[in-house]
Design a protein around this ligand. Structure first.
Ligand SMILES: [Cu+2]
Length: 223
């Protein structure tokens, strides 16, 4: 069915009328890559960790201008690796046990990748923030009493092999496709990361799986 002339005119008028509103609403304009976009995440537990929290990030151009992560219910006195994950092929969401491909009842970090993608930024306290630092455990926040308040400014996105250019990763995060993941939990509640309950990490056989399995997750969404 062809549209009549008046229908076309009406569509055009509607489209034009919608433009000024969109121009003012930079929160919904994915092309505004020079502007700061504020993203927030509600972090919920994975693997029965009992952890939860919030994250807030301001992203402009190829830079995280500032980011905060507030988490609680984590393993006390233990470091917690935390990252922004993203993958072009990922679902941009937090995983469920449906991804537990070896049916061991745990969701390890690799099993969650179809949901949240690989690491694109390491949210550590000092030094290099690229994926190269993803398990540099000494530079991640420690949850003294099971909680921490993490803040860092001016983290540059970098090109990540197999994932994309810095500007494309930044753009994807601005579009709400980045996922904050906090790792590390104490399955057997003995107060430390050890190999007893879950064996070695699939990421590094020198680390217990307890140190690297995901404990909390949330998608960084535009406000
Ligand atoms: Cu991670």
């Amino acid at each position: 069915m062809a549209l009549g002339g008046s229908a076309v005119a009406l569509l055009a008028a509607t489209t034009l009328a919608a433009l000024p509103a969109q121009a003012h609403d930079d929160k919904n304009d994915g092309r505004d890559n020079d502007k700061n976009v504020t993203l927030t995440a509600t972090l919920t537990q994975l693997n029965g960790s009992g952890a939860s929290g919030t994250a807030k990030a301001v992203v402009g151009n190829k830079m995280i201008k500032r980011i905060e992560v507030h988490a609680n219910g984590l393993t006390p006195d233990a470091p917690h690796a935390q990252h922004i994950h993203f993958g072009q092929q990922a679902l941009h969401e937090c995983p469920t046990l449906a991804l537990d491909s070896n049916n061991d009842g745990r969701l390890n970090t690799v099993e969650g990748i179809p949901a949240y993608g690989p690491v694109v930024v390491s949210l550590n306290t000092t030094g290099d923030t690229t994926p190269a630092s993803l398990l540099a455990v000494a530079r991640f926040p420690v949850a003294d009493d099971g909680s921490y308040d993490y803040k860092r400014k001016n983290i540059k996105f970098t090109d990540v092999a197999g994932i994309g250019k810095a500007k494309d990763i930044a753009q994807a995060v601005r579009e709400g496709k980045g996922v904050v993941v906090i790792h590390g939990l104490d399955y057997n509640h003995n107060g430390t990361y050890d190999f007893d309950s879950a064996g070695a990490s699939e990421l590094n056989p020198d680390l217990p799986a307890e140190a690297t399995d995901p404990a909390a997750c949330g998608v960084l969404e535009r406000k």
